[in-house]
Design a protein around this ligand. Sequence first.
Ligand SMILES: [Zn+2]
Length: 458
Amino acid sequence: MRGNSHDSSHPEVKDQGRRTVDWLLHSADWLVTCNDHMICLRDGAVAIEKDTLAGVGPSEKIRQQFAGLQEWDMTGFLLAPGLVNTHVHGAMSCFRGLADDLALDQWLFEAIFPAEANHVNEELVYWGTLLSIAEMLKNGITTFCDGYFFEEAAAQAALQSGARAVLGQGILDFPAPDQQDPGRSRQRAEAFLKNFPHGHDRIRPSLFCHAPYTCSAETLQWVKGLCREEEILFQIHLSETRQEVLQLRKKHGLWPVEYLDTLGILDGLTLCAHGIWVNPEESQLLAQRETGIAHNVGSNMKLAAGVAPIPRFLSEGVKVGLGTDGCASNNDLDLFGEMDLTAKLHKVYWKDPEACPASHVLKMATTGGAQVLGWSSHIGSLEVSKKADLMALDLNSPHLVPLYDPVSHLVYSARGSDVCHVWVDGRQVVSHGRILNCREEEIIGRIKKITQKLGSLQ
Ligand SMILES: [Zn+2]
């Protein structure tokens, strides 16, 4: 079987000076490294030792150096780094399609917040996050950055599934599903950090202030203070609608990025989701502070929030990753779709076919994502000594033939459903399009049961 044929029946061959590793994936039609030079190789191979890439390069060379306990012939496949989803609310998959075609403030205050207040509990977060992870892993997303409530349950889902994740406990100055008294949100955040599962370098804790219009200056500052103490990522929604920017200008006399900078919030471990209404002075400030942006193009378009100045961000050196946002505003978790939209939207909007070329977009979905999460020394590209997070796409589909440029294919032609095998931390988590660590049928059954009551909200 393609992608599954191992020649480990000749163990004696392996001892002839070759280093034994756990996996040797060889003879891939294409190997897309996403390294600094965006090197793509024909007939490529990777060697995986425990959780790490021990070898990346031409098949002939890698096969001379390594013998795999599992050796797979990847003829007909493309190997690439796992994608990095920098902004998602995993449990919101339970609200997929619940309230479409509304403006953001109406969608948020009239549909989502009431649904969350009435229905979000630990059980919904656990199963909803697991549903999202199943979808993401099958779509080649190996790392996701989450922000929601009952985030302990999301951490359990991430641990069980084998995905890599940054898990942000949500904080706002209103009663939240897991904290009715906003006056106790600091204790809630501290308890989350204290109880976060230790000894797993695949998952990292984070704190997520919902937005400057739902969190006071004081809240933003103590949350960022806690993040600094713990050296963890601070997340926030920023400048998503024009209206919120005008409100903030009226209240504080500052643009949102200036406002956060005045409060001392901006640094390399702050990640702002959206950043649509950011002016040129603000983007320079983001670049200076090394603060990242999560670009959620599908969600921005669906909520008619606006077009983020991505080409300007990139030319000014602002770090940008791609995100799907939650399922309620997208309505799927497929970064292939987001890459395609990102490349095309910015061309038409800026009337420039060279705005956001495919290579820039693929970088945003891989190394750019790793950078904004503060994880780029370990993930985002296929390079020796980085974590073995990768995907194998089956190239034998009509929409992927012929193949002249694998980067173009990943952005413009491929879909999440082309992903066949996925590894995270050196462990296979998707095989032949099926998730391995959880039972998909069970997740779907649980979600159908949990969401039965939600349909009546429409
Ligand atoms: Zn969001």
